[in-house]
Ligand binder design. Structure first.
Ligand code: NJP
Length: 235
């Protein structure tokens, strides 16, 4: 098993929902975390111990992505793990979308994953080790009405991570892709915690445990892909 104690991780989208749960769980396992999101106030609530360093940054900005890697090195002295979790989405008929909403969704989900990986991979290659975890979606493997923009962005994010997996494997770098089904978060302006979703949605902690599982795999093992659904969800 890989011990997460003292490993250093960047987690994007860390201010709430799945990324918050991942950051807190990794810190509980002894890891040190650069918790990245745009919202500084929400991040303060996540970074309640010295093991979690809040970084107010935008994954769509190349300088911010590079800064995340630089800060991990400066503050914690190393970087072992990158979790590309930040994501946004909205749903509707294709013709109801304007180009600005297309850009918003693709910029965070696809360009954000690209920029963070681009910043971290040279560092991982130099040290001959590293683990990238991408949080995509089960809709990266199926299509559905009202999902043309969000769903296609998740197909693109999945394809990016799949190609990268093959590029970096020879350098000892792991790429694991997590495909969640419905999760009870703030995603798309939802209000989490309502009793109605107790049996229909996963909790953010369920996805955090999946991330922990892939990260703790022994050094010679890589979990390439992991799809996880609430038992009630047909997909
Ligand atoms: O969503 P939410 P989730 N730069 O809204 C951050 C996927 N997923 O936890 O920047 C940096 O609670 C945002 O912070 P802020 C989904 O596609 C979900 O559910 O301050 N960070 C917040 O911390 C996504 O990839 C479901 O606004 C940015 C976080 O992202 C991942 O799960 C199902 C940012 C979003 O937290 C986590 O989403 C599924 C930026 N430009 C896949 N823009 C589901 N919930 O049902 C946003 O299949 N963030």
């Amino acid at each position: 098993m890989t011990d997460l104690t003292d490993q250093v991780a960047i987690v994007t989208g860390a201010s709430r929902g799945i990324g918050r749960a991942i950051s807190l769980l990794l810190a509980m396992q002894g890891a040190r975390v650069v918790a990245l999101a745009r919202g500084a106030n929400e991040l303060k609530d996540v970074a309640h111990s010295q093991q979690i360093l809040p970084l107010s940054a935008d994954v769509t900005d190349e300088a911010d992505a590079q800064q995340a890697v630089d800060i991990a090195m400066e503050h914690f002295g190393r970087l072992d793990i990158l979790v590309c979790n930040a994501g946004v989405g909205s749903f509707g008929l294709l013709e109801s979308f304007d180009a600005a909403e297309w850009d918003r969704i693709y910029n965070v989900n696809v360009k954000g994953t690209f920029l963070l990986c681009k910043a971290a991979v040279p560092h991982f290659k130099a040290q001959g080790r590293g683990h990238i975890v991408g949080v995509t979606s089960d809709v990266a493997r199926r299509t559905f009405e009202h999902g043309s923009v969000y769903g296609s962005s998740k197909y693109a994010q999945d394809a990016l991570l799949g190609s990268l997996r093959k590029e970096v494997r020879p350098f000892g770098i792991k790429v694991s892709t997590i495909f969640p089904g419905l999760v009870d978060t703030h995603f798309n302006n939802a209000q989490p915690g309502s009793p109605e979703v107790e049996h229909t949605h996963l909790r953010p902690s369920d996805i955090a445990q999946a991330v922990r599982y892939v990260l703790e795999a022994p050094a010679h093992v890589v979990v390439d892909e992991l799809m996880i659904h609430p038992l009630t969800q047909q997909w």
